[in-house]
Ligand binder design. Sequence first.
Ligand code: UDP
Length: 326
Amino acid sequence: MTQKRVLITGAAGFLGSHLCDRFIKENYHVIGMDNLITGDLHNIEHLFKLSNFEFYHHDVSKFVHVPGNLDYILHFASPASPIDYLKIPIQTLKVGSLGIHNLLGLAKQKSARLLIASTSEVYGDPQVHPQTENYWGNVNPVGPRGVYDEAKRFQEAMTMAYHTYHGLETRIVRIFNTYGPRMRLNDGRVLPAFIGQALRGEDLTAFGDGSQTRSFCYVDDLVEGIYRLLLSDCVDPVNIGNPDEITIKDFAEEIIKLTGTNQKIIFKPLPTDDPKQRQPDITKAKALLGWEAKVSRAEGLKITYDYFKGLSKEKLYEDPLGRNFK
Ligand code: UDP
């Protein structure tokens, strides 16, 4: 049997690198692509010695050329934290719009199946709770998150149009908050923010009064859901996330307990358009993919904390996008 070939964009990022690992494990030929703006080659350096792994340093907002056939394309290239969108808003919009157009063209040319990473952000600050796939959302297009939310919404629309108009095989995963090893320590997302603060001996910064909720999924669970979705015949969007919901204040307390830090929680202003609550309804994923999250927050957080503890002291203060944490 010939080896299947998959292109993974955003391969050096948090989710992209875990996907590369999974497809290597499933004996695929994996072609990783990344422009390395937010990605880090350390996340995939263990794969470079393998004959079934290739890496292209390329920005998918520009024409994408990949020699040979492709069976699958997974589009995971995008900045993915609120601080990144503020810092690089135009790139965020381009990768979700020009980038997906290039990849859809490539998928059409290669007759490949394309799966896109969409997000719970398409629901905005949701007025329906938990969020089902048929809720259309409450998004502010011109707020700080608009560049990400609207790029992802456009990406879904474009992908669906290629499916209906060109008959392209497409899949759409709506990813809820996910965590695990290889997250960027200082990208502003709440889990690395809290763990980084605990490791640096700083107070933990909860935004607002900390009553807003999120539901955190461990990365291995997410990857399993994506793998099943790719191989399913499910064209409509599917939520993948762990419905175990928690307030940010309680989450900070869990991190304090886990890390044993003697710092306290301090409260900072709530960022504009910060969603008040978020929890995936995963009825569809359960029914169509037989999928649900298996890793508890206690287990997942321990693995993630061990990873961050193992990083060098310099990494604790390093900021790939030039912000100063000292
Ligand atoms: N948050 C916080 N302190 C921080 C970073 C984030 O309280 O230092 C909050 C943030 O306001 C949001 C939640 O944690 O309500 C999750 O933020 P994150 O950026 O991780 O993801 P998103 O808002 O996109 O779900």
